[in-house]
Structures are given as structure tokens and as C-alpha cells.
Design a protein around this ligand. Structure first.
Ligand code: PHE
Length: 353
């Protein structure tokens, strides 16, 4: 039976030709032409489908199926070829240089070790419910000393230790002034930590720098006790240095806390045996702390009879030195990338000279 070319055999021949042509087409233009020729609105397969109506009703479904099958197959080949040809476009010329030459490593940089340590410390206190407070580096004598209950003639007010801008303004020597600044603006209860840079007129040596970092903590509420201080400090030390290091409080003096203590932790290098990290004492001094002095509450405008609180302060540089076995505090600000790169994530930064 001859129905203007839409018999099975003609269709199969058409399919074979199309498959061959698609395989041979080598650029996008040729491929596109073939799509129009076979699959387009006026393409041969579309026309065949349209002329199906002229077949006897019984033959139409089978013929329709066949045409659609061929259409599907050709569309698949068309897409695959198009992708293949597109992928090859713009292939670079083969690299003309020496293929064996090692590539250059570009350093991506990373966070300063003190930034990392500060973040780790903050994270631990945030989990305990502390929030962040900050204060200025250039500070008033009033907040750095007077409101912290330093007597007029206290040795640390001496220009030996403090960089004064003028009689009233100085570079803060500690982060404790943030305590008073924060209390002036906020009512109790409060629980804050305050990291930042501090300055002292020191002659630099492996354990002293004129610029270093502290983190301050302050907790004020009704009935805050020394036991609460011990609890939070111990939780921090266990989280940061290890769950079973021993912690001890030694009586000390700070003008703005009473009672005051220095906090020691068991040396993690020798577990109390005595080694070079702890100078053979088995203990490492880690922070100053104490119960907020009533006079400080008065300066801040709190009633010392209705609230109590504790404060603590520690040196971030010192903590980083202990944790990573760094032998000289001056390295932190020396900007030597060979030192700093050791603390970046992943492998060593691969700095080349
Ligand atoms: N500011 C004290 C220092 O620099 C540390 C400290 C903070 C002590 C808070 C007690 C309470 O040494």
C-alpha cells in the first residue's frame, strides 16, 4: 500500500539518514539545519505525522507510534550532539609552556591567631549566657582608674605604666573600664564579656608587650557569689584547656574587687608535675578575678546593698601562648607571615620567597 511515502520502510530509511547526518554534522549551524529539516514545524517527521489522517483508521495508531518513536530518538541524538559540539567550542590552544613546571601557590590568607583564640573564648562565654560589650581604646582616666576605685597615688597610674594623652585621657591599661561604662548604661542583671586591646608602657621582652589583649567578664545580679565566679571560671577553663585540669584561687589584690583572687590552673604540660611551661611550679596563672567592690557599684550608679557581682580579666595573648606553645608575645604583632600562616586553616599557607 502506498500512502504518499508514509509507509514503514520510508520512515526507517529516513531515520537512518537522519542519524547519519546528525553524526556527521560538525558545527552548530549544521546541527540546527538538521533539526529544522527533520524535527521542525515543517520537518519531514512533522509532515508525516500530519498525513497520518490519510491512512486507513486501523493503521493510524501503529504508524503514529512509530513516527513519535523516531522523533524521540532523533531529538535525543540532536541534544547530545549539540552538547558535544558546544563543549568543544573555545577549547584553548594547547599550553605552550613547560608542562612540568610546578604551579605557583597563591596564599589565601587567614585569620590572625589572636582573632581565632578570642572567638573561641567568646563562644564559650556566649554559651554560658554572656553577651558582648565593647569600650574605647582611648579612655578617660576616670573610667580606667578613678571609677575602678584606684587611689590617687596608686603606682599603676604612674606614667611609667600608662600612656597618657593628657592629664585626663590615656590609652586604657586594662579592659576593666568597660565594666563601669556598661553599668552606667544598663540596669542589672547583666552578664557581659568584653575583649579588646590594652596598652602599657612596658619595655618589650618575650613576655611583655606595650600592646596586648584582654578579655573582661562581669556578672551582676542579686546574690551573685564567689561560688558563682568559681563555677563560671572553672567551666571556661575546662572548656578551653581540657575537662579535668584543676583550678585554684589565690588571694590577691585589685582595687576594684573585694575579695580578689588570681586564678591558677593545673599545668596542662605536666599535669602538676613541674615543667618548663609552668616554671616547675605545676600551676599556671590564668586570670585576675574577684567580687565587684561596692565603690565601683556606687560610681556606676548601682546600689551596693541590693546587687552583688563578680568580674574577671585575662590576657588573650598569654592564653594563646599557653595553648599553642608560643615563646614570645612580640610575635603576635610582628606581622611575620611564616608565624601567622601556621594558624591558618588547612595546610601551611605555602608562602614562597
Ligand atoms: N584588670 C585586671 C588586670 O588587668 C584584671 C582583673 C579584671 C582583675 C577583673 C579582677 C577583675 O590585671
Amino acid at each position: 500500500m502506498n500512502n504518499k511515502g508514509i509507509d514503514r520502510q520510508t520512515l526507517e530509511e529516513l531515520e537512518q539518514t537522519a542519524v547519519r547526518e546528525l553524526g556527521e554534522a560538525s558545527d552548530i549551524g549544521a546541527i540546527e539545519e538538521l533539526r529544522v529539516k527533520y524535527l521542525g514545524r515543517k520537518g519531514s517527521l512533522t509532515l508525516s505525522l500530519r498525513s497520518i489522517g490519510s491512512l486507513p483508521a486501523g493503521e493510524r495508531p501503529a504508524m503514529g507510534n512509530l513516527i513519535n518513536e523516531i522523533k524521540g530518538k532523533l531529538s535525543g541524538i540532536y541534544s547530545a550532539r549539540l552538547e558535544e559540539i558546544s563543549a568543544n567550542i573555545g577549547d584553548p590552544e594547547p599550553f605552550p609552556g613547560d608542562h612540568a613546571l610546578p604551579g605557583r601557590v597563591f596564599s589565601q590568607g587567614g585569620l590572625h591567631v589572636l582573632t581565632r583564640v578570642t572567638r573561641d573564648i567568646k563562644e564559650i562565654f556566649f554559651r554560658m549566657g554572656y553577651s558582648l560589650a565593647e569600650g574605647p581604646d582611648v579612655e578617660l582616666d576616670y573610667y580606667n582608674f578613678e571609677a575602678l576605685n584606684f587611689p590617687e597615688d596608686h603606682p599603676s597610674r604612674d606614667s611609667q605604666d600608662t600612656f597618657y594623652v593628657n592629664r585626663d585621657i590615656l590609652l586604657r591599661t586594662q579592659t576593666s573600664p568597660v565594666q563601669v561604662r556598661y553599668m552606667e548604661k544598663n540596669d542589672p542583671p547583666l552578664r557581659i564579656i568584653s575583649p579588646g586591646r590594652v596598652y602599657r608602657n612596658e619595655t618589650p621582652d618575650p613576655s611583655h608587650a606595650a600592646e596586648f589583649h584582654q578579655i573582661e567578664g562581669l556578672y551582676v545580679d542579686r546574690n551573685v557569689s564567689l561560688a558563682d565566679l568559681r563555677n563560671d571560671v572553672t567551666f571556661f577553663i575546662h572548656s578551653f584547656f581540657g575537662p579535668d585540669v584543676k583550678v585554684r584561687f589565690r588571694p590577691h589584690f585589685f582595687p576594684f574587687t573585694e575579695p580578689s583572687a588570681e586564678v591558677d590552673m593545673e599545668c596542662f604540660g605536666c599535669r602538676g608535675e613541674g615543667c618548663s611551661i609552668c616554671q616547675k611550679t605545676g600551676w599556671i596563672e590564668i586570670m585576675g578575678a574577684g567580687m565587684v567592690h561596692p565603690n565601683v557599684f556606687k560610681y556606676a550608679g548601682y546600689d551596693p546593698d541590693s546587687v552583688t557581682g563578680f568580674a574577671f580579666g585575662m590576657g588573650i595573648d598569654r592564653i594563646a601562648m599557653l595553648k599553642y606553645g608560643i615563646d614570645d608575645i612580640r610575635r603576635f604583632l610582628a606581622n611575620d607571615i611564616r608565624f601567622l600562616g601556621q594558624f591558618w586553616s588547612g595546610s601551611w599557607a605555602g608562602v614562597q620567597d
